[in-house]
Design a protein around this ligand. Structure first.
Ligand SMILES: Cc1cc2nc3c(=O)[nH]c(=O)nc-3n(C[C@H](O)[C@H](O)[C@H](O)COP(=O)(O)OP(=O)(O)OC[C@H]3O[C@@H](n4cnc5c(N)ncnc54)[C@H](O)[C@@H]3O)c2cc1C
Length: 397
């Protein structure tokens, strides 16, 4: 989808961080995961419970403004640091990263493509978590083929009136505001020229439909959003010009793909950690199973996949921080890291033997959560096509 058209380049200021500041921040994250996240993950995941206390703590740590510029009240972290944070948290509980990740993709769309007035108005509230939300692109008939969306925004004086339905939207219930992809010109050809991205806070005409019951990715809400003559001021059109929405939504997906890649790395590393520990504690035939060659082969592959995923993800994040087009790099990282998460969690399940199938052990959560990483922010089928198209383009015969 995103590969068909060029993402316009806008002024981009490279981001860096002092290594000591990064270490201090990572120390705080590690302490939080140890003291607050690890003790509650099983109960919340099994009960599909919204982690209210953790969300408040995430806001206190500034995570809802992690990638928002400091001039708008955010931490202004580079994508590399952001990826490290997401990786670390995901290595213990991936799902909670979705609560701030989807929100930050919405914020990135406003920060990269919004007018200065929009940035001043919305970003400080996004940064503190006073207003939280996500990205509303997918519709019942349009996921991969985003240009097929049917939600329409019609200009009416100083307002837009919006009708349509979005589906599978992360933070749909708990979030208050969404970057909403609409058609402002449903007849436009090519179709992407008729698409716009709106800042859509909840209000009259904007209701939440069904909540999805999911295999994994528990505790974060995924829901349908329904727009029935929902009216917003025209200045909620991101960038103030119609017809740019497809670029703005898919441009934001580069950061989104780096974040899904980082989640994949976390899941791959977490699965490896659990398997490594279990393989040394569990004995068969008078020795730890880590001494059996069949288990060694698995661990050898798992550690290699985890490391390769991490390196690809950091490579993409560095390119993003330099302001370079990085859809190929982000696509490779997302594809490889998510497949590694699935493979590593499956291998870790096998290493745990029958106990893997018990909810008393953590590994089954990694397996359930990992499968989502192959779907979100562009399916892995599409990733390979994006990678290939960009590769050929960069290497003309
Ligand atoms: C838990 C969860 C959270 C989500 N959160 C959000 C969110 O916050 N915001 C949001 O907007 N969306 C969200 N989504 C939706 C997600 O982005 C879509 O599910 C995804 O883009 C795939 O779309 P689809 O489900 O309609 O599958 P389809 O597009 O119908 O694809 C079905 C299959 O066909 C393949 N396929 C489709 N087209 C092609 C093609 N041209 N060539 C080759 N293969 C193709 C796909 O790879 C896939 O294997 C979420 C989904 C889930 C499950």
């Amino acid at each position: 989808m995103a590969s068909a058209v060029e993402i316009p380049t806008e002024e981009f200021v490279p981001r860096t961080i002092d290594p000591e500041d990064e270490r201090a921040f990572m120390d705080a994250i590690e302490k939080w995961v140890e003291g607050e996240v690890k003790p509650v993950v099983m109960e919340h995941d099994h009960g599909d419970i919204w982690p209210e206390k953790l969300v408040d703590q995430m806001a206190e740590m500034g995570l809802f403004g992690a990638t928002i510029g400091q001039e708008y009240g955010g931490l202004g972290l580079p994508a590399t640091t952001y990826a490290k944070i997401v990786t670390y948290i995901s290595s213990y509980w991936m799902a909670i990263t979705g609560i701030f990740n989807s929100h930050l993709i919405m914020a990135a769309a406003v920060e990269r493509f919004g007018t200065e007035d929009q940035k001043q108005k919305w970003l400080p509230k996004f940064a503190t978590g006073e207003i939280r939300g996500g990205l509303a692109l997918t519709e019942p008939n349009a996921g991969t083929d985003l240009q097929a969306i049917r939600t329409v925004a019609k200009r009416d004086g100083d307002d837009y009136v919006i009708n349509g339905t979005k589906t599978w939207i992360s933070n749909g219930i708990k979030g208050e505001c969404f970057a909403l992809l609409v058609k402002t010109d449903p007849a436009a050809e090519p179709r992407y020229k008729g698409m716009s991205l709106m800042i859509a806070p909840k209000g009259e005409g904007f209701t939440v439909g069904k909540k999805f019951e999911k295999l994994g990715y528990k505790s974060i809400d995924s829901a349908e959003l329904i727009f029935d003559n929902y009216r917003i001021p025209a200045d909620h059109l991101i960038g103030g010009v119609e017809g740019k929405g497809f670029f703005q939504a898919t441009g934001g997906l580069e950061l989104g793909r780096i974040n899904v890649a980082a989640r994949g790395v976390g899941l791959a590393q977490g699965s490896l950690r659990l398997a490594t520990e279990y393989a040394q504690l569990r004995e068969t035939m008078g020795k730890p199973i880590s001494d059996h060659q069949a288990i060694q082969l698995k661990l050898g592959e798992m550690v290699t996949r985890a490391r390769a995923s991490e390196l690809l993800t950091m490579d993409a994040a560095k390119a993003y921080d330099r302001g370079e087009r990085c859809d190929m790099e982000a696509g490779m990282a997302k594809y490889f890291a998510s497949e590694s998460a699935v493979r590593n969690s499956e291998e870790a399940m096998r290493i745990h033997g029958g106990y893997a199938y018990s909810k008393e052990y953590e590994i089954e959560r990694y397996y359930r959560d990992a499968l989502l990483m192959c779907i979100g922010e562009g399916t892995n089928e599409m990733q390979r096509m994006i990678i290939s198209k960009q590769w050929v383009k960069r290497n003309p015969a």
